[in-house]
Design a binder for this molecule. Structure first.
Ligand SMILES: *[C@@H]1O[C@H](CO)[C@@H](O)[C@H](O)[C@H]1NC(C)=O
Ligand SMILES: *[C@@H]1O[C@H](CO)[C@@H](O)[C@H](O)[C@H]1NC(C)=O
Ligand SMILES: *[C@@H]1O[C@H](CO)[C@@H](O)[C@H](O)[C@H]1NC(C)=O
Ligand SMILES: *[C@@H]1O[C@H](CO)[C@@H](O)[C@H](O)[C@H]1NC(C)=O
Ligand SMILES: *[C@@H]1O[C@H](CO)[C@@H](O)[C@H](O)[C@H]1NC(C)=O
Ligand SMILES: *[C@@H]1O[C@H](CO)[C@@H](O)[C@H](O)[C@H]1NC(C)=O
Length: 330
């Protein structure tokens, strides 16, 4: 099977990164629940739920002018100093080129009760464990943190085994290396495995996910306003989407949040999931509006979950994950 195919849609190109079989530098094995971050022309992937790749730090050269979709350039970099799974990575630092992992493992791979931050300097390819002041938040899993592209990282949701869940926003300022707590007033119910997107106007949208206490509807979108640290909820109009978790979201340059994949084990059938694989939320209108997008082309990608997605100009790159149809990794 062609491991790296280019799927062209009417309005956006999507490149699906299959497990590479003949990459020119090195071939990464399949993985799922990894975290990804784009710095310049390097798309970094960290960790996996597969223990064999739990310290993996690999990247793909995604320079669009030279990207060869049948022979992408994969590289392996310095291993993470600790296991990294079900956690989240963001960009920060004064030059916006340091990657911060919000982890829950120590370097001995013991669970920590408090979030441990590992920093990867992408220029020197070195790891450090910055000493961060303020009240260190409880460690957690199955959340997606987002950054504001100006040094602040916002962490919401997730849970800590066996029973702790979170609703307040925790804010890591990577310039002053300080943790502070944002607002929990009118915060949404606890949730995991949602997709979060930071809009250019400073709003963070939390889409979908799973909650132990009732269904999370895709139309009901909690919003955290980073300009004045406040929560609100908006009800999106347009198409009705199935509830889902373990999907991804990216922001297009023209203000659409593009979501892909994910699933709902007790919900729709595989075919129904497939029919709603790709949807966009128009954030340029009020209220926001969902529309399900047809997937057009010869090579329609499968329904996947536990993958990662990033956007480079108008190209969305979906990587790895689990194929919902047969539970296989790629
Ligand atoms: C892309 O890679 C394939 C496989 O290695 C190779 O046959 C092809 O010539 C490359 N295309 C370009 C434009 O370099
Ligand atoms: C983490 O918290 C649990 C429950 O409160 C406690 O039993 C355990 O000792 C703590 N672990 C560490 C390393 O402090
Ligand atoms: C953090 O503090 C510890 C103990 O004071 C120290 O050993 C370590 O070098 C510091 N790390 C950094 C990155 O400054
Ligand atoms: C979670 O479990 C621990 C240990 O069983 C218990 O002490 C604690 O109160 C529980 N917390 C919640 C929020 O239920
Ligand atoms: C909200 O945050 C405040 C300040 O940290 C805390 O005292 C309070 O218990 C929190 N409330 C809830 C419902 O979590
Ligand atoms: C925050 O700003 C939004 C948008 O301007 C406004 O609607 C909201 O009332 C503000 N919230 C607070 C707590 O100031």
């Amino acid at each position: 099977m062609n491991f790296f195919e280019n799927y062209i849609f009417r309005w956006l190109s999507i490149i699906l990164v299959w497990t590479a079989v003949d990459a020119n530098v090195f071939t990464p094995p399949g993985r799922f629940r990894q975290s990804s971050v784009l710095v310049g022309n390097k798309l970094h992937f960290f960790g996996s739920q597969n223990l064999a790749q739990i310290r993996d730090n690999i990247y793909l050269d995604v320079t669009l002018s030279t990207l060869n979709t049948t022979n992408p350039s994969w590289f392996m970099s310095e291993s993470i100093p600790a296991g990294f799974a079900l956690a989240s990575a963001c960009i920060g630092g004064p030059n916006k080129n340091t990657i911060y992992l919000l982890d829950r493992f120590t370097t001995n791979d013991d669970f920590s009760n408090y979030t441990i931050v590992y920093a990867f300097d992408t220029v020197t390819a070195t790891w450090s464990t910055p000493n961060i002041s303020g009240q260190i938040p409880i460690s957690r899993q199955q959340f997606q943190a987002v950054d504001d592209t100006n040094g602040k990282i916002y962490m919401f949701g997730g849970f800590k085994y066996p029973n702790a869940s979170f609703d307040a926003i925790q804010i890591l300022d990577t310039l002053s290396l300080t943790w502070t707590q944002g607002s929990n007033v009118s915060a949404p119910t606890q949730r995991v495995d949602f997709a979060a997107t930071f809009l250019n106007n400073g709003l963070i949208l939390y889409m979908g996910g799973f909650s132990g206490v009732g269904t999370i509807y895709m139309s009901e979108i909690p919003i955290y306003n980073t300009n004045n640290n406040s929560w609100s909820t908006t009800i999106a109009t347009g198409d009705t989407l199935y509830s889902r978790s373990c999907h991804t979201a990216v922001l297009s340059p023209d203000g659409y949040v593009v979501i892909y994949g994910g699933g709902n084990p007790s919900g729709p059938t595989y075919q129904e999931n497939q029919d709603q694989n790709l949807a966009v939320l128009d954030t340029t209108v009020s209220p926001y509006q969902w529309s399900i997008k047809p997937m057009i082309g010869d090579n329609i990608p499968p329904t996947i979950a536990y993958h990662s997605a990033e956007i480079i100009e108008n190209i969305m790159i979906i990587a790895f994950g689990v194929m919902i149809a047969d539970d296989s990794f790629f």
